[in-house]
Design a protein around this ligand. Structure first.
Ligand SMILES: NC(=O)C1=CN([C@@H]2O[C@H](COP(=O)(O)OP(=O)(O)OC[C@H]3O[C@@H](n4cnc5c(N)ncnc54)[C@H](OP(=O)(O)O)[C@@H]3O)[C@@H](O)[C@H]2O)[C@@H](O)CC1
Ligand SMILES: Nc1ncnc2c1ncn2[C@@H]1O[C@H](COP(=O)(O)OP(=O)(O)O)[C@@H](O)[C@H]1O
Length: 300
């Protein structure tokens, strides 16, 4: 008797393999063709989450990263930012006007929950045809609407890629019928329901597509449970998307680099430490000619 056919391998631990999809710069690279990432900020007292996110997107390789905010928030960001470009959204600007030319978008960290924020998330889901990461308050707005509400329907109808990055609380609000004791099955069901790629975070992080492809990661230090680390993950994934990685590879790459950076930071970790560990990690992955130059042996 012939052995039964093996089930297709759809689930795997997220290891270094994703890095074969990494995009590296070459002699023809310039800042505008290495990926342009936009991050939408909240109001003037809530710019920190978006700034962490944007910094992570730039460190992971996007060549041009902009932070978008209403004038008071833009001014606040301009006081802090050096490498990120600030776009002030004047009253006559729509968000889509400002997104022209960007390769990827992150919206949600520190965004707020106002009717205008709701409108903005609807407008990007229906009108921005490049990959989007929805995190933080954007997920709260989707959960408020439910799958049959305006945002849920916009997600289901969207053709271009979108990645949702909920923590456990956000996941339970997005998918209240979930049984928390079966996280993998619940994540898959939720990805199918919203027809979108999901990164369900926590001690065990699960990447799941509506088609049933899965990546698992559970080797991250619990010191990662610190405010802002999720914003950094959203920025890492956004930065990889802006560079042209396929959504599943960008999600797995972001999760892997984030967990490696967290493990290197260890006790005392705060969110910006994850960004600081990216250059060493990327240097280890880079092809030989692109690796950092070693100082001469007699260098002080
Ligand atoms: N630098 C900055 O400016 C930062 C700004 N940030 C911004 O703040 C905004 C609010 O963000 P948020 O994460 O607090 O989200 P929110 O929707 O209020 O849900 C929180 C509630 O959910 C529950 N909960 C259950 N499990 C949970 C879990 N695993 N992880 C977390 N929560 C869990 C728990 O409820 P409890 O269990 O306590 O009843 C908890 O009270 C958002 O815009 C974000 O981007 C942050 O990114 C930080 C850095
Ligand atoms: N106990 C834990 N062990 C490992 N990683 C964790 C743990 N708790 C949280 N994390 C990770 O930390 C990050 C927290 O994300 P999130 O709660 O969205 O942060 P924030 O919204 O404050 O930026 C996620 O990447 C999550 O996987």
């Amino acid at each position: 008797m012939r052995p039964p056919k093996q089930a297709p391998k759809t689930s795997q631990h997220i290891g270094i393999e994703w890095a074969t999809h990494m995009v590296w710069p070459d002699d023809a690279s310039h800042k505008h063709n290495r990926g342009r990432l936009a991050v939408v900020s909240g109001g003037p007292l809530q710019t920190g989450a978006a700034r962490l996110c944007a910094a992570a997107g730039q460190r992971i390789g996007a060549g041009w990263v902009s932070l978008i905010g209403e004038p008071a928030a833009a001014l606040m960001m301009a006081h802090h930012e050096t490498e990120r470009l600030i776009l002030a959204r004047m009253p006559d600007h729509t968000l889509l006007d400002l997104l022209y030319g960007f390769d990827a978008l992150v919206i949600g960290p520190g965004l707020g929950l106002s009717p205008q924020c709701h409108k903005d998330v609807v407008s990007v889901l229906t009108g921005f045809d490049r990959p989007i990461v929805l995190d933080g308050d954007a997920l709260a707005l989707v959960a408020q609407d439910g799958v049959s509400g305006e945002l849920g329907q916009a997600l289901c109808a969207r053709q271009a890629p979108v990645i949702l990055t909920p923590h456990q609380g956000e996941f339970e609000r997005l998918f209240p019928q979930a049984n928390p004791s079966v996280k993998l099955a619940a994540t898959l069901e939720c990805a199918k329901l919203y027809r979108t790629l999901l990164v369900n975070k926590g001690h065990q992080t699960i990447v799941a597509t509506p088609q049933g492809r899965i990546g698992l990661s559970q080797s991250t230090t619990p010191f990662c449970a610190s405010a802002g680390t999720g914003d950094v993950l959203a920025g890492m994934i956004g930065g990889l998307l802006a560079q042209g990685l396929e959504p599943f590879d960008a999600a797995c790459g972001g999760v892997w680099l984030h967990s490696q950076a967290a493990n290197r930071a260890g006790p005392g970790l705060i969110a910006s430490d994850l960004i600081a560990h990216l250059p060493d990690l990327l240097n280890e992955l880079a092809p030989s000619p692109l690796k950092r130059a070693n100082p001469p042996a007699d260098h002080p």
